[in-house]
Ligand binder design. Structure first.
Ligand code: OXD
Ligand code: MN
Length: 596
């Protein structure tokens, strides 16, 4: 045994007796382990080794068509009371859910290896980091966890004999009979047997039936967001669905930005932006999750708890995100992409033409096939350290001081390009009422407009009203060191249905205005939704855009906002008696400003 931790050993043994695997293997996080597992998966037909001269040490997997995204309908916050989970979460009584899941887990790893993965979210030993132990029967999960987290003996060493860990149990939910194999097919359970369960009072995660993404790589959405958000509230810090980046102005002054957007709103693109404004520089710290604590100097310090990027592949190109393209050149895992005839990968909007390949379902494919070659939620898993613009100190255990929070969503109309909150409470309101048009990252979202508070709708592990209250209280603690709060919408379209704002690197123009607001050097005018730049305040040198178009995306139409009051009210009323008084006040003020 690689550890003497009694509680850990007892838990591993308890699970082993329940799931009845053929063998137990402790993951050590080494390259040898990674290579061995990949060799085995290539051998069994589950993985394809890509052409080494095109994409060294990289692999393609194809999942089952029923297992391609997070399953929000099957994701549960099983707190002791339903009220503690709140209106945005599915809830089942924890005793009942455990009984149901124990039946499913009973013997579920027959014919398989049970891996025990010790992993650290955050640099090993950092005061902000947390240790998790994932038990899984999926070697695909093991290799992905190698990239997305820090795995291995060093984690067990920091844990010592009695350190705290978050137990994460995962099974694909497909036991094998004697002599049976997967035959190269992605194993998973039918949808009605899938459960992604969180027990926040026990810091415990149980996932069953899915092998894909956030359902299975339990360090990410399950631990670093759902469980950590509940933990952070209890302990007085923040676990947020935010990218982290550093902008440096021509004078060498650094600004740190944390930005929350729902899935598929270009978070990874923004995290790796190449500024088009002269003299400004951008470095990446994280693309999905920020853990933030108030530091000794009173500023809000952020770390990226992850070690890799699990990015949406379609739409990623040398135009939209050259730094991501340069990150995934080697040592990467691709899931549900097209396999090209020369043994490389491809997806829609990669800005590369191919005329033939094998699609994500394993079928012959050409651009004329009439179906997407890559699944819209196809992913790459790639080491953050390979990103050419990763910050030198991205693993600094002390974190970086956040100056700016950005919220946003994908709205073709109504929401202007950018606005700034009047104060902290107003900023919390802006984040809390953020809305977006839905994405491919979740299978089961059908609504046209989805209110996605702080982009945490699927990830907040407790009552959303209490979560907002926690935000208000963090503002009180931060006082004048609190980050300034902004809201952006890169996705507004004109009447011909075309995006007005060019986006990508040009977004730096808006970030520049924000930094200048922090410095007190840029102007803004007061509008009904917040403080906004006028055209003269945005650096548009070299930008191919007419003033009229700029005016169009900076326009605020009060009537359009008023027409959404009903939607806002029904969302807010669902929070019922957990709605913070300060949020109620903000809504009142907002409505009054609109009707002026
Ligand atoms: C993600 C998501 O996978 O937000 O990052 O869905
Ligand atoms: Mn995300």
């Amino acid at each position: 045994m690689p550890t003497k931790h009694k509680k850990l050993l007892a838990w591993v043994e308890e699970i082993r007796q329940m799931v009845k695997p053929d063998q137990v293997v402790w993951a050590d996080g080494t390259k040898e382990e990674y290579d061995r597992l990949m060799d085995e998966m290539v051998e069994s037909g589950l993985a394809v080794r890509l052409n080494d001269s095109k994409r060294p040490n990289s692999f393609l997997f194809r999942s089952d068509p029923s297992d391609v995204a997070r399953v929000e309908d099957r994701t549960y916050i099983a707190s002791r009371t339903q009220d503690a989970a709140g209106p945005t979460n599915n809830w089942i009584d924890p005793v009942e859910l455990k009984a149901t899941m124990r039946e499913l887990y009973d013997g579920c790893m027959r014919g398989r290896t049970m891996f025990v993965i010790p992993f650290s979210m955050g640099p090993i030993g950092s005061p902000i980091a947390k240790v998790g132990i994932e038990i899984t029967d999926s070697p695909y999960v093991v290799v992905n966890m190698h990239i997305m987290t820090r795995v291995g003996q060093a984690v067990l060493d920091t844990l010592g004999e009695d350190g705290q860990f978050i137990p994460c149990l995962h099974s694909v939910g497909k036991p094998l009979g004697p002599g049976e194999s997967d035959n190269g097919q992605w194993p998973c359970a039918p949808i009605e047997q899938k459960y992604i369960a969180h027990f926040p009072e026990e810091n415990l995660i149980w996932s069953y039936g899915s092998g894909y993404g956030g359902n299975a790589l339990l360090g990410k959405k399950c631990l670093a967001l759902r469980i950590a958000s509940a933990l952070a509230r209890r302990e007085g810090w923040m676990a947020e669905h935010m990218l982290i980046l550093r902008l440096t102005n021509p004078e060498g002054k650094q600004f740190h930005i944390a930005a929350a957007f729902p899935s598929a709103c270009g978070k990874t693109n923004l995290a790796m932006l190449i500024p088009t404004v002269e003299g400004w520089n951008c470095e990446c710290i994280g693309d999905d999750i920020a853990w933030m604590k108030i530091g000794p100097d009173g500023t809000l310090r952020a770390i990226n708890p992850e070690a890799g990027f699990f990015g949406v592949a379609p739409g990623t190109s040398y135009k939209s995100n050259p730094m991501a393209m340069d990150t995934i050149v080697k040592n990467s895992i691709f899931t549900n992409c097209v396999l090209t005839d020369d043994g490389d990968i491809w997806w829609e909007d990669m800005n590369v033409d191919i005329d033939h390949g094998i699609d994500w379902k394993g079928n012959e494919w050409t651009p004329k096939s009439g179906t997407p070659g890559a699944h819209p939620n196809a992913r790459f898993t790639t080491p953050a350290a390979q990103c050419p613009i990763i910050c030198d100190d991205w693993e600094d255990p002390a974190g970086v001081p956040i100056d700016i929070f950005i919220f946003g969503g994908r709205r073709t109309k109504v929401m202007p390009l950018v606005h700034e909150s009047f104060d902290w409470d107003h900023g919390v309101f802006m984040g809390a009422t953020a809305a977006s048009e839905p994405t491919a990252a979740a299978l089961d979202v059908k609504k046209k407009l989805r209110r996605d508070p702080m982009a945490m709708l699927p990830f907040c592990g407790y009552n959303i009203g209490d979560y907002w209250q926690h935000w208000f209280e963090m503002g009180d603690k931060l006082g004048d060191k609190a980050p300034k709060i902004f809201y952006v919408n890169w996705f507004r379209k004109n009447d011909q249905g075309k995006f007005i704002w060019p986006g990508f690197g040009e977004n730096s123009r808006i970030l520049k205005w924000m930094c200048e607001r922090v410095d007190g050097t840029a102007e803004a005018i007061e509008t009904s939704i917040g403080m906004m730049p006028q055209i003269k305040d945005i650096d548009i040198s070299g930008l191919d855009m007419s003033e009229k178009e700029l005016e169009e995306i900076l326009e605020v139409d009060n009537n359009a906002f008023i027409s959404e009051f009903d939607d806002l009210d029904s969302f807010i009323s669902s929070v019922a008696d957990r709605l913070p008084k300060r949020m109620e006040d903000q809504i009142k003020l907002y409505k009054e400003r609109m009707k002026k």
